[in-house]
Design a protein around this ligand. Structure first.
Ligand code: AP5
Length: 211
């Protein structure tokens, strides 16, 4: 497929960001990620939207979903400028899935399947390079360059307590979205618990084999 329009779905820590970086390089498409967009706008004033809190930060620090109105606007704007894309972190509930149907057609919804025990281990060990945005893991994927290692940072919502809440929110809100795409016949599952290169091999094949 030349320039796919696709979703990457999975629980927090399933490897969506890791695999999206490879997909965008290989297929020359945009990476549209609501998590990164919200982190870049954490202090945005959303008080006029009749929301419980005044900024995205307060939702994200507790592992809760940011209100649909805020996130839908981010995705609508990003997709209007993209030919092909991998959409990462959206939709996260059935209301967002409905909204997305009005915005664009999809070629594929790809789901990275990973057990909960592994997710907690991945998230609490994740580290990010603030200069390049590259994703590392203290055990699975440490950087080779000691200079890079010294500047790595942990994401604020990767503490054990917040991770548990994010997984609860995923089970409650996002698992029905996965069932929705499965019922519709557009979901492709990949075993996300393999080594990153093996996950990538399966992801690439799945995209290439989509009509
Ligand atoms: P978001 O940024 O989307 O976070 P997430 O969905 O919780 O996913 P992550 O980024 O934590 O994990 P990932 O699957 O990308 O894993 P990664 O590749 O980094 O959302 C954050 C917050 O923003 C939400 O809680 C919410 O508040 C808000 N938000 C975002 N979208 C929203 C929406 N639509 N509606 C409302 N609110 C929204 O990998 C994880 C680690 O594992 C890394 O260390 C990596 O090196 C390692 N790893 C990856 N693959 C493998 C592998 N195969 N084997 C071993 N290790 C691996």
């Amino acid at each position: 497929m030349a320039q796919p329009r696709m979703l990457i779905l999975g629980a927090p820590g399933a490897g969506k960001g890791t695999q999206s970086a490879k997909i965008t390089d290989e297929f020359d498409i945009d990476h549209v990620t609501t998590g990164d967009a919200l982190r870049a706008n954490k202090e945005m004033d959303i008080s006029e939207m009749d929301t419980e809190y005044d900024t995205p930060r307060e939702y994200m620090d507790q592992g809760e979903l940011v209100p649909d109105e805020v996130v839908n606007a981010i995705v609508d704007e990003a997709l209007s400028q993209a030919d092909g894309f991998v959409l990462d972190g959206y939709p996260r509930n059935l209301e967002q899935a409905d909204e997305l149907e009005d915005m664009t057609d999809l070629d594929l919804a790809l789901y990275l399947d990973v057990s909960e025990e592994e997710l907690v281990h991945r998230l609490t060990g994740r580290r990010l390079d603030p200069e390049t945005g590259d994703i590392y893991h203290v055990e699975y994927n440490p950087p080779e360059d000691p200079e890079v290692e010294d500047r790595l940072e942990q994401r604020e919502d990767d503490t054990e307590e917040t991770v548990k809440e994010r997984l609860r929110v995923f089970r409650e809100n996002t698992e029905p979205v996965i069932d929705h795409y499965e019922d519709e016949g557009s979901l492709e599952r990949v075993d996300g618990e393999q080594a990153p290169e093996d996950v990538w091999e399966d992801v690439k094949k799945t995209i290439e084999n989509t009509d």
